[in-house]
Design a protein around this ligand. Structure first.
Ligand code: PHE
Length: 348
């Protein structure tokens, strides 16, 4: 076989190899193998020594053609493999924009927070300020300033978690009123406030008791505040929470910090006062406690009880939510089972 034939043979094998390669990384190896210094073409050309001088140009130029052809074939194959690679990648990364998306779970304020927010909005609109206070409180603010000296029997109404003799978990949000009254400058105007927040009592948890629950207390102090103001305010509150048609009634009661004190009932929103299971056939549901601020409370806060007076009320958002949404176990609010909480989505 002369050199030219060997070259032709070589070309045929090489082209077949190039066509068959399907790995981009191998293209370079093949180039080195075929066209490199130790490759077959170089090898063949080394045999030129034995070729008669007049035939050398012809074979030399044929060898160059073969080299060029293989170089082009390698480049073409490389390009092809690159296109395939890109196509595969695109195929793999393809996004079907018509597929339904994964729904993002959106949270919402806890139902108790929602009730508190509703109450806050109402009272802000009536010119009240919202005041926060510590949950770990001094006995002085929680009890003494509320006209409940040590050993007062009415302290039994609020079983207390004491931390020390003087420090406790607040049993009501009244201490926030005490702290605010003490600081208020009455030359600048009346005091109108609500204090929403968590409170704690040493109760055994059951369907209607929780050692932690919420209160929103309200306080108004000014000259000439009457019980009619209290009643009108609570009427508005009852209608905002329980519906436009609600009436309220006041029943005499006792709290150490108010005199007179009242228990407030709202006409049943389930049966419109006709009598049903929710109102235990009475047509009325007890919703909060209230009264005219006791002069002792004013005096202890440094307020002249002969000039100023006011009303106070205290309600439980937990109880409001239980009544309004028919929740029969207060513990549900604190278990944080998402299936329970989701029912009160604000979306509707
Ligand atoms: N703090 C009282 C309680 O927890 C509620 C209340 C406040 C009652 C204001 C009357 C007036 O019992």
């Amino acid at each position: 076989m002369d050199l030219k034939e060997r070259l032709s043979e070589l070309k045929k094998d090489a082209l077949a190899e190039i066509t068959n390669v399907d790995d981009l990384k191998k293209i370079n190896d093949i180039r080195v193998k075929l066209l490199g210094k130790k490759g077959p073409i170089t090898e063949v050309l080394r045999g030129m020594r034995d070729v008669p001088a007049d035939q050398r140009p012809r074979i030399g130029s044929f060898a160059n053609t073969v080299r060029d052809e293989l170089t082009r074939a390698l480049a073409a194959r490389k390009e092809k493999l690159e296109i395939i690679k890109t196509a595969k990648k695109l195929e793999k990364e393809k996004i079907d924009v018509t597929l339904p998306g994964v729904a993002v779970k959106v949270g919402q304020p806890h139902i108790i927070e929602q009730v508190i927010a509703q109450i806050e909005k109402l009272f802000l609109g009536m010119g009240y300020q919202i005041v926060d206070g510590p949950e770990i409180e001094e006995d002085h603010y929680n009890f003494e300033m509320m006209n409940l000296p040590k050993d007062h029997p009415a302290r039994d109404m609020q079983d207390t978690f004491y931390i020390t003799d003087q420090i406790l978990m607040r049993t009501q949000t009244s201490p926030v009123q005490a702290r605010t009254m003490e600081k208020h400058d009455f030359t600048k105007g009346p005091l109108k406030m609500i204090s929403p927040g968590k409170v704690y009592r040493r109760d055994t948890d059951d369907a209607t008791h929780s050692h932690q629950f919420h209160q929103v207390e309200g306080l108004v102090i000014d000259k000439h505040v009457t019980m009619a103001d209290l009643k009108g305010t609570l009427q508005t509150l009852a209608r905002t929470i329980f519906g436009e048609k609600r009436e309220i009634r006041l029943r005499p009661s006792y709290f150490p910090f108010t005199e007179p004190s009242v228990e407030v009932d709202v006409s049943c929103f389930k049966c419109d006062g006709q009598g049903c299971a929710v109102c235990k056939q009475t047509g009325w549901i007890e919703v909060l406690g209230a009264g005219m601020v006791h002069p002792n409370v004013l005096k202890m806060a440094g307020i002249d009880a002969d000039v100023y007076g006011g009303f106070a009320f205290g309600l439980g958002p937990d109880r409001f939510a239980m009544l309004k949404y028919g929740v029969d176990d207060i513990r549900e609010f604190y278990l944080n089972d998402v299936r329970f909480l989701q029912q009160f989505s604000q979306k509707g």
